[in-house]
Ligand binder design. Sequence first.
Ligand SMILES: NC(=O)c1ccc[n+]([C@@H]2O[C@H](COP(=O)([O-])OP(=O)(O)OC[C@H]3O[C@@H](n4cnc5c(N)ncnc54)[C@H](OP(=O)(O)O)[C@@H]3O)[C@@H](O)[C@H]2O)c1
Length: 227
Amino acid sequence: MKTVLVTGSNGLLGQKITEKIRAEKSVNLIATSKGADRFSFKDGYVYAEMDILNPAQVRTVIEQYKPDAIIHTAAMTNVDTCHIERKAAYQLNVVATQTLISLCEEFDIHFIHLSTDFVFDGANGPYDETAKPNPVSYYGETKLQAEELVKKSNARWAILRTILVYGIVSDMSRSNIVLWAKGALEKGNPLNIVNDQYRMPTLAEDLADACLLAVERNAQGIFHISA
Ligand SMILES: NC(=O)c1ccc[n+]([C@@H]2O[C@H](COP(=O)([O-])OP(=O)(O)OC[C@H]3O[C@@H](n4cnc5c(N)ncnc54)[C@H](OP(=O)(O)O)[C@@H]3O)[C@@H](O)[C@H]2O)c1
C-alpha cells in the first residue's frame, strides 16, 4: 500500500482528501499542516505538524514517513491577500514548493502539485492544458512560478490545475462561493455577482478524487480538473 503525504491538510481540499482516505483505506495517509490538526476525526491516518516554510521540519517529517507521493495543497490561496502580502505569498507559494520538490528529487517521491486557472488571463477561455499561461494577479504569478519549478525538476510530477473549489469542512479558515451565496440568501441579502465571468465551480470531493487517481496511476504532466 502506498504512503501519501498531504500538505495543508487543514484546508478545504486537504480535509476532503483526508475524509476520502479514511473511508476508502486505499493508501496510508500522513496528513500535515501548520499547527494543530483541525480535521474532525483523529483515526485512520497519521497527523504530523509540518510548516512548509520550515525546511528542517519538512525534511524531518519526510525522512520519518518516507512517502511514495506528496499531494501539495498548502498555499496562500486568497488572491487579495497575495496581492497585498507579496513577500509572504512568494515564500509560501514558490519558495516552499521548491523545498518540497528538492526532497521529492532526493527521495524519488511522486510530486502532485495543485495549481489554478489564475495562471491564465481569461481573455480566451476555456483553456486546455497546452494553452499559454499569462497570469494577471500576483497569486496567479506565484502559482505559475511554482509550476515552472515543478516542470524543470527531475522528480516525477503532475500539476493539477483547478477552478473555484467549493465544499464544507470543519473549522474552515476561508469561505467559498457556495457558502457565501447560501449565507447571503439565508439572510435575505441581495447577491452582487460579476456577469462577465464564465467559470466552472469544482466540488472539493471531486478534486480530492482526482488527486487520489493521480497517485494511483502515477500520473505525470499537466491536468485541468474542474466540474
Ligand atoms: N479554493 C479554490 O478555489 C482553488 C482554486 C484553484 C486552485 N486552488 C489550489 O488548490 C490548493 C488547495 O486549495 P484549498 O482551497 O484547499 O486552500 P485552503 O483551504 O486555503 O487550504 C490551504 C491550507 O494550507 C495551509 N497552510 C498555510 N500556510 C502553511 C504553511 N506554512 N505550512 C503548512 N500549511 C500551510 C492553510 O492552513 P490554515 O488553514 O491554518 O491557514 C490551509 O489549511 C491550493 O494550492 C490552491 O492554490 C484552489
